[in-house]
Write a new protein. Structure first.
Length: 569
């Protein structure tokens, strides 16, 4: 059966769930409650669409989502459904980075997924429009959408415009790296303050190909956002139009009987990994895409990232390792021309269905090639790197895998001596004090999903290393993770983590470590007999948290190599 025939054969999902609370005399109490929140008699004959907004004043990534949610609700109601706006949480990554507060970041992905599922399930929504801006909003929304398997569209809140400082485009990572420059005496206190004042000019998600823009691009390529949604600035007519059209699209999905399970296939996830690779995207995609796939009943593993990386070049010259911001990609047409280019090259499967009711190929059929002379996206025959930058490493230091972000700027091999830290704060203090020097491999452990708990991002240490001018002379490995803004010779997601007795727990100061991206290995050059002695002497560290959400997360969370999810039993 052709994709077009399959689309015609699906039964309608019109009011498939809401009729359970709006029909019959027995539901009079439900209708009475709904009247109090704005329903009229005619609305009880319409499908109900939940508009899940991650709005808050906590972060610039999400400060504008309330207005976008109202636009999505308007589009929904114009298409003949009844919209109900509700909120989920967000946690800023940039504000608590390097503090205990950052432990809640990855945890928030699970809370977002659970909260949207909880509200939508209880309210009997027939469909969803979910709006997210900061990093964990997006996978959290998609995990809930996959679990519920009701017609749904994701809307990305959009990227921030870069700030301007001394005539240069700057962003939040510029500020983190400036801290290292200030510590080394290469930047004045006044210079740091001036940069701080202008780096974040308004609403929108962090402006490079960091985690938010990475995941937005992945979700559009998955087929769960409208074409173009991932590459729009936060404050723009295009983003407002995207929200209204998303409201209309979810109603059309109900009429056509399109569910997320029709879209979130294994081929679609491989497409998403491909776009992440071509864009030089964040290592956090290696956590979030497997977690989203698991929620959809699809298996995605580290080996899939390795396989896609072997055949997919890095084409985008975007920050953190490149020259351009996401706003520059927006100006030349976003990712639609890139998707079309990759479909034509046989690297992306264009026959995968999407929320529009059309295939991915059909969605980008009218995408014009990038303008001549642009320097953001390279042609396939002149890539930045001929293979992927997300390198899956294995070896006696990471038997179950680790993730390196090797763009080619760092080289492909690093050998050095370990300097070991039991927390991010201890490592950052040593780096800023000048105790980390060329030839060191910084080892930060007990920062994994369970050990942290919460698997903090090491943006502050990696930025401090870069700011001190050591990005090519110092490597960093951790069982924690990295911000999409991290760059340099960095390896994260080391599994098993230290808290579970993984080999990273056995490393001592001075141990030789070799990271080899060509052979995809990470090796601790210590005799096995010595490692056996250390293993016998190792004892688990007491939990850092014994009550509350972090303690609960630590008890439930799985390994980073499987997406650090909490609902796998």
């Amino acid at each position: 059966m052709s994709p077009a025939e399959q689309r015609k054969s699906r039964p309608s999902l019109w009011r498939a769930w809401s009729r359970a609370i709006t029909e019959s005399d027995e539901r009079a109490p439900s209708r009475a409650m709904l009247r109090a929140v704005g329903f009229r008699r005619a609305d009880f004959r319409k499908p109900i669409v939940g508009i899940a907004s991650a709005w808050s004043e906590v972060t610039p990534c999400n400060i504008h989502l309330d207005r976008l949610a109202r636009l999505a609700a308007g589009g929904t109601e114009a298409a003949g459904a009844k919209a109900m706006v509700f909120n989920t949480i967000t946690v800023s990554d940039g504000i608590p980075m390097g503090t205990e507060g950052m432990k809640y970041s990855l945890v928030s992905r699970e809370v977002i997924a659970d909260s949207i599922e909880t509200v939508a399930g209880a309210a009997h929504f027939d469909g969803l429009v979910a709006l997210g801006g900061c990093d964990k909003n997006m996978p959290g929304c998609l995990m809930a959408i996959a679990r519920l398997n009701r017609p749904a569209v994701f809307v990305y809140g959009g990227t921030i415009l870069p700030g301007r400082c001394d005539g240069e485009a700057v962003d939040i990572v510029s500020v983190f790296e400036a801290v290292g420059r200030r510590a080394s005496g290469r930047l004045s206190a006044r210079g740091l303050r001036e940069l701080e004042d202008c780096a974040i000019p308004g609403p929108g998600s962090c402006g490079g190909m960091y985690t938010a823009n990475t995941m937005a691009s992945a979700i559009e390529t998955l087929g769960m956002s409208l074409p173009g949604s991932s590459a729009q600035t936060a404050i723009s007519a295009a983003k407002r139009r995207d929200c209204r059209e998303a409201g209309r699209a979810v109603v059309a999905m109900m009429r056509r009987g399109i569910r997320p399970s029709d879209i979130l296939t294994r081929e679609a996830f491989l497409n998403a990994i491909t776009i992440v690779t071509a864009l030089g995207g964040s290592t956090n995609a290696v956590l979030h895409l497997p977690a989203m796939a698991y929620a959809a009943g699809v298996r995605v593993t580290l080996d899939d990232f390795a396989a896609v990386g072997h055949r997919t070049p890095v084409l985008a010259d975007l920050k953190p390792f490149g020259r351009h911001h996401m706003a520059d990609l927006v100006r030349i047409g976003g990712i639609r021309p890139l998707i079309r280019m990759l479909i034509d090259a046989g690297l992306i499967n264009g026959d995968c269905p999407t929320v529009t009711g059309r295939t991915l190929r059909e969605n980008v059929a009218d995408a014009r090639p990038y303008p001549r002379g642009q320097t953001v996206i390279r042609p396939l025959d002149r890539p930045i790197k001929p293979t992927g930058h997300l390198v899956i490493l294995r070896g006696n230091l990471a038997p179950d895998g680790a993730v390196a972000k090797i763009t080619g700027h760092e080289g492909t091999r690093f050998s050095g001596r370990a300097v070991v830290f039991e927390s991010e704060e201890a490592a950052l203090e040593a780096i800023l004090a000048g105790r980390v020097r060329a030839g060191h491999v910084v080892v930060i452990r007990y920062e994994g999903p369970r050990g942290g708990p919460g698997m903090r991002e090491m943006l502050a240490p990696t930025s401090a290393i870069a700011g001190r001018g050591l990005a090519r002379e110092v490597a960093l490995i951790t069982d924690g993770r990295f911000s999409g803004g991290s760059h340099g010779f960095v390896v994260g997601h080391v599994t098993p983590e230290a808290a579970c007795g993984g080999p990273i727990a056995l490393v001592r100061n001075g141990d030789p470590i070799t990271i080899d991206a060509e052979s995809a290995t990470i090796t601790l050059s210590v005799p096995e007999e010595e490692l056996a002695r250390r293993r016998a002497a190792w004892t688990p560290t007491p939990p850092r948290h014994t009550r509350g959400v972090l303690a609960k997360y630590a008890r439930l969370v799985g390994p980073a190599s499987e997406g650090a999810i909490t609902d796998r039993f």
